[in-house]
Structures are given as structure tokens and as C-alpha cells.
Design a protein around this ligand. Structure first.
Ligand code: ATP
Ligand code: MG
Length: 406
């Protein structure tokens, strides 16, 4: 199969142009929606029979991510394959890549899977734009633990692999706490990062094509609560323009350095360095669309999922235009519980009566605290109006985080 893969086309054997995705979570579901809108058929590989993306896809291959038969079936159905979560085994992507175009590739995903490699990559590439990582030390051996410089404390010990939504992280104040935390984490490879005084957090989403073209969005301002994204603010003035420009330049450099293909999100901290704007520190990257880019579906003429489809299929990469200021509120399972801890239905009637609200639920039938169930995007003619409606919605749903907006 060669690129570009034309949407809506049917090959000589009568097979419709089909795009595949490794992983069946909400990001896969929104990818499937975007691909189907263009006329593609879709295939999802995810072992969970109730996965959000599997439920809406033409094909759902219910095997493990490394299952040889499942991967062979995906490759035979699909003209190209992408991924929706970074913990897909890199080997599986490599297997698929021998047969079909795979974007992003195994090498890029492998970097994002390992904080140690990720930081080395950032040091080599983001530095071009004058952006550094938080001071850190790699801890893989007792000798490295003993040699940790005191000025990295207080710090956050993070497992090198498999962390998400603040999982696999422990805050430590002393060398004794550090040693205990590493023991608790079963002495797996970790990085200790200095705890930084964050002024703010932001992220940048770009798409890079097979030919090296890059397009993307202006930086989003993000608020995290308990290590999980709570609010994204996307509008002009959400952050100082010089800082926004530097974040975008660093992201492009990070993507170019590994000839990345697909949608890439890079997360940054803004720290107080005495200057008016603050300084940028690069935190981590996601080799896929990102929660902080969900507003693009309602506030831009081209969404992050549209870019994912275009990039993998070798279609032209449009430069998205944002037509409305937007605030996105994440809807965690907590919203489905009242103060007494009992399950209750959120008051969607009241929320959807507010102007410019766009509700996205991911088809997960069981609400659990901390589980990402959906999101609500608020769009409108101006920032003041959007902010006012977002506040009303947040109050109705009991959502935190809006007070931290700039
Ligand atoms: P994600 O779901 O974004 O993949 P994660 O579990 O990989 O999350 P990080 O992004 O590393 O974890 O950290 C989660 C949050 O914890 C950050 O968004 C930030 O609010 C806080 N945090 C992480 N590292 C630091 C640090 N060095 N200093 C201060 N705060 C930090
Ligand atoms: Mg993060």
C-alpha cells in the first residue's frame, strides 16, 4: 500500500480504504470519528470488548497488543496504522511497520515510553530553542541512589516507564524518603526530578507529515489537579506571546530531531526565574493527540484528530484556524458521585442550557473517581463570555481548577 491513502477509495479486491489504531480508549474513539467522517473504514486493536473506540469502529480486533494473529489481522485490514496511547509495545509497532506505514513510528514511541530516554532527547533537541528539562538524576542502581545531589530535594521520584495521570510518582523531601520511595517502587528504573515552583503549565500540539511539513496549534494553558489535567484554556492572551512562541519552536525542534510523523504533544512547565514571563521547562511528550487538544474539535476548523488522520494517510496537512476562544473542562468519574459518595446523574439539562457548551462523553458505562469519562468544551464570541459560562458549568458539576486561570 502506498501513500497517500485516498479516503473513500476501494482497492481491486473490493476492500475499502481502512485506517487502524492501536488502543481503544477515548483518543482512539475520537480518531475513529474523524477518520470515518472522511470516509475511511476503521479498525481498532484493543483486548477490551467494551473499549470506547472498539464500540464505534468498523472492525474491533480483541487481542493483546503483542498478539501475532491480532497484529497480522490489523495489518491485513488496514492501509496504515496509528496509536492512541504511548504504552503500546514498540515491538508491535515495528512488526506492523514491516508491512504497513505506521505513524508515529516505533522509535519515537519508545522514546516517549521511557522518561530517561525522553529527557536525553529533550536535552539534544529542545535546547535549540533555549528550553531545558527540570534538573534530574537517573536512579537505576543503589550507587546512583546514594549519589543523588542534595539540591534535587525536595523532588518527585517518577518511574521511567508506564506513568500517566500522576501515577508512578512520589514526592520526596529527604534522602531517607527518597530511599523508601524507591524501595516502594520495587527499585525499578526511575528519575528523580527537582520539585519546581510552577507558575503555570502549557502544552503544544503539532502534526508532522511524511515529507517533514509541520502544522499545529498555538500553546494551550493547562491546569492540573492532583496530577490530572482539569482545565485547558485556549485563546489569545492565555500566556505571554514570547513564551508561547518559544514553546512552539521547541516542540517543532523536538519533532524534527527524530523525523517524527503524526500528531505530537509536548508538555511544558512555566517556572518563576525572576523575569516577568517566567522560564519554560519541557516536561514530557505524548506521541499522539492529547487531552489538552480536545478543544480543537469545537474551536478550530481542523481538529487534532483530523491532523492525525491526514498525517498517517499522507494527505496534505492543513494549518488549523481557531475560530473561537475555548475552555475545556475534563469530566472525571468524580462528577457522577454526590457529596455523600453516592452515584448520581450529572445535571446535563442545566449544563447544556448554557450557551456554547459542547459535551463529549466517551461511552464508558462505569464511572470511577479519577477516570476520564468525557469533557465539556465551552466556546463563544469572546474570552470573557467563555470564562463566565465555564465558571457556571464548573459550579453545576463541582469541577475544580478554573481559579488558576491567568
Ligand atoms: P500525564 O498524564 O500528563 O502523562 P504523568 O503521570 O506522566 O502525567 P507528569 O506530567 O510528569 O506525569 O506530572 C504530572 C503533574 O505533576 C504535572 O503536570 C505537574 O503538575 C506535576 N509535576 C510533575 N513534575 C513536576 C516537577 N518537577 N515540579 C513540580 N511539579 C511537577
Ligand atoms: Mg504529564
Amino acid at each position: 500500500m502506498s501513500l497517500p491513502i485516498f479516503p473513500g477509495s476501494v482497492d481491486a479486491a473490493g476492500q475499502p480504504a481502512t485506517l487502524g489504531v492501536m488502543g481503544g480508549g477515548q483518543l482512539g474513539r475520537m480518531f475513529v470519528h474523524a477518520a470515518q467522517r472522511l470516509g475511511y473504514f476503521t479498525a481498532v486493536l484493543d483486548p477490551d470488548p467494551t473499549s470506547p473506540a472498539g464500540r464505534v469502529s468498523h472492525h474491533h480486533i480483541q487481542t493483546g497488543y503483542s498478539d501475532a494473529a491480532g497484529l497480522a489481522q490489523l495489518a491485513s485490514l488496514c492501509a496504515a496504522v496509528t496509536t492512541e496511547f504511548e504504552n503500546v509495545p514498540a515491538d508491535a509497532l515495528q512488526t506492523l511497520a514491516a508491512i504497513r506505514p505506521v505513524a508515529p513510528g516505533a522509535a519515537a514511541v519508545a522514546i516517549a515510553q521511557n522518561r530517561i530516554e525522553e529527557k536525553a532527547h529533550f536535552t539534544a533537541s529542545a535546547g535549540v530553542a533555549g528550553v531545558t528539562c527540570a534538573p534530574y538524576a537517573v536512579i537505576e542502581t543503589p550507587a546512583q541512589l546514594a549519589a543523588v545531589p542534595a539540591d534535587l530535594l525536595p523532588g518527585i521520584l517518577k518511574t521511567a516507564r508506564m506513568g500517566y495521570d500522576g501515577k508512578g510518582q512520589v514526592r520526596v523531601r529527604s534522602t531517607a524518603e527518597l530511599a523508601a520511595a524507591w524501595a516502594d517502587l520495587k527499585q525499578v528504573p526511575c528519575v528523580l526530578e527537582k520539585l519546581l515552583p510552577l507558575k503555570a503549565e502549557c502544552s503544544v500540539i503539532v502534526a508532522r507529515g511524511w515529507d517533514g511539513t509541520i502544522t499545529g496549534f498555538t500553546p494551550q494553558y493547562n491546569v492540573h489537579v492532583d496530577g490530572i489535567l482539569a482545565v485547558t484554556a485556549a485563546y489569545e492572551g492565555n500566556m505571554p506571546p514570547a513564551l508561547a512562541q518559544r514553546a512552539r519552536a521547541a516542540t517543532e525542534s523536538i519533532a524534527n530531531h527524530i523525523a517524527y510523523v503524526g500528531v505530537l504533544c509536548v508538555e511544558f512547565f512555566v517556572i518563576d526565574d525572576g523575569s516577568a514571563d517566567g522560564a519554560l521547562v519541557v516536561n514530557e511528550m505524548a506521541p499522539r493527540p492529547h487531552n489538552s487538544g480536545h478543544y480543537t474539535m469545537d474551536a478550530c476548523d481542523v481538529s487534532q484528530f483530523d491532523l492525525q488522520v491526514h498525517a498517517m494517510a499522507g494527505l496534505p496537512l492543513p494549518q488549523p484556524r481557531q475560530h473561537s476562544p475555548a475552555i475545556m473542562l475534563n469530566l472525571l468519574g468524580d462528577v457522577w458521585f454526590n457529596a455523600a459518595g453516592q452515584l448520581h446523574a450529572p445535571d446535563w439539562q442545566a449544563v447544556l442550557a448554557l450557551p456554547g457548551t459542547h459535551l463529549h462523553l466517551y461511552g464508558k458505562l462505569e464511572a470511577r473517581p479519577g477516570r476520564k469519562m468525557g469533557h465539556l468544551t465551552v466556546t463563544g464570541a469572546d474570552v470573557a463570555g467563555v470564562t463566565a459560562v465555564a465558571r457556571q458549568a464548573a459550579q453545576l458539576l463541582g469541577l475544580p481548577g478554573l481559579d488558576a486561570l491567568r
